[in-house]
Design a protein around this ligand. Structure first.
Ligand SMILES: C[C@H](O)CC(=O)C(=O)O
Ligand SMILES: [Mn+2]
Length: 338
């Protein structure tokens, strides 16, 4: 019997939505869910890239109402649970209730890593609805393992059943992930599980996930073909294949996942995330991956380089929700160049 058992969550239809500029259609969602469900992936996340109610001028409009997509996903899934992401303030309990009515069984409440307290009422509401609850501590690299564990404790006490170390910038390297996961495991003492969500900016998404599992994480995120914000996520099919080689039990069908990635998702992709100058910069200086497309748009509009914008965003320490400040940085860089 394997020493390690892991539950995979596939977030192609949520984090991958960033790379697709939130243009997933209902037909595409149905096909991807069917393929992931056939591969026995236990949890599939479907929402706008920035979570419930993310469709907006600031974050980018969805092509199709996410509630329609959530319902379609729930209709297609035979064994998988459908998860939704929510950022408190952007999404509210009203949207959470509607997502639940449409068939969502899991909610992942995401806050900046120092702001866990804003998730408390959302966990209470989700538990009252009977949903599985997950906490997402974004940009987890920004604080020490000890400080992160204290934030995880706030989430667990509010009713969160699994707290994630989230490498939103793809900045972590091996022990960065393991030390944070260990600190959370020590703090939570079984009151909640610990998960890890990796990105590929420095090409460590899968490696960090292995370190996370060995440090005690029992839930790991990925996306098919690594489709996701910034340089993309840990690819689900690679995680599954690597875990199989390392005797980490996932219960998924690796060949079916490779089929899903290659034959089902690949033809839908309009922009494949890559490790380019801008996304490597995000990993290097620790900038939120969802900022990439905003920076590219501002770069074009103000005639400055996206990697320069992102380097400055890193210096200023902006966090998710401060997307509008990217324009400010671009204008400032333009003025410096004159
Ligand atoms: C809302 C973000 O895109 C959540 C996430 O996937 C991350 O921080 O990484
Ligand atoms: Mn992500």
């Amino acid at each position: 019997m394997s020493q390690y058992k892991v539950r995979l969550t596939d977030t192609t239809l949520r984090d991958g939505s960033h790379a697709m500029r939130h243009r997933f259609t209902e037909d595409q969602v149905r096909k991807v869910v069917r393929a992931l469900d056939d591969a026995k992936v236990p949890v599939i996340e479907v929402t706008h890239g920035d979570g419930l109610a993310g469709s907006s001028f600031n974050y980018g409009f969805s092509a199709v109402d996410e509630m329609v997509l959530i319902q379609a996903a729930a209709e297609e899934a035979n064994q998988a649970k459908i998860a939704v992401l929510m950022l408190p303030g952007l999404g509210t309990i009203t949207e959470l209730k509607e997502a639940h009515l449409r068939g969502a069984k899991v909610v992942r409440v995401a806050t900046h890593c120092t702001e866990a307290d804003v998730s408390i009422e959302h966990f209470h509401a989700a538990r009252e609805l009977g949903m599985d609850t997950v906490g997402f501590l974004m940009l987890s690299h920004r604080i020490s393992p000890k400080e992160l564990a204290a934030q995880a404790r706030i989430m667990a006490d509010a009713g969160c059943q699994c707290v994630y170390v989230v490498d939103s910038a793809g900045h972590m390297i091996m022990e960065d992930a393991a030390d944070r996961v260990s600190a959370l495991v020590d703090e939570l003492q079984g009151d909640a599980e610990v998960g890890f969500h990796g990105h590929q900016n420095l090409s460590f998404g899968v490696t960090n996930s292995v370190y996370a599992v060995r440090a005690g994480a029992t839930r790991i995120d990925g996306t098919l073909r690594g489709l996701g914000a910034g340089a993309g996520n840990s690819p689900t099919e690679v995680l599954a294949a690597a875990f199989e080689r390392l005797d980490i039990e996932t219960g998924v069908d690796v060949n079916a996942l490779m089929y899903a990635a290659e034959e089902v998702l690949r033809p839908m992709i309009t922009r494949m995330p890559i490790m380019d100058r801008a996304s490597i910069m995000q990993g290097k200086v620790g900038v939120y991956n969802s900022f990439l497309l905003h920076a590219e748009r501002a770069a074009e509009r103000y005639g400055v380089a996206a990697h320069d914008i992102l380097a400055e965003v890193g210096r200023r320490g902006y966090v998710g929700g401060q997307e509008d400040m990217i324009i400010d940085v671009a204008v400032w860089l333009q003025s410096q160049a004159r």
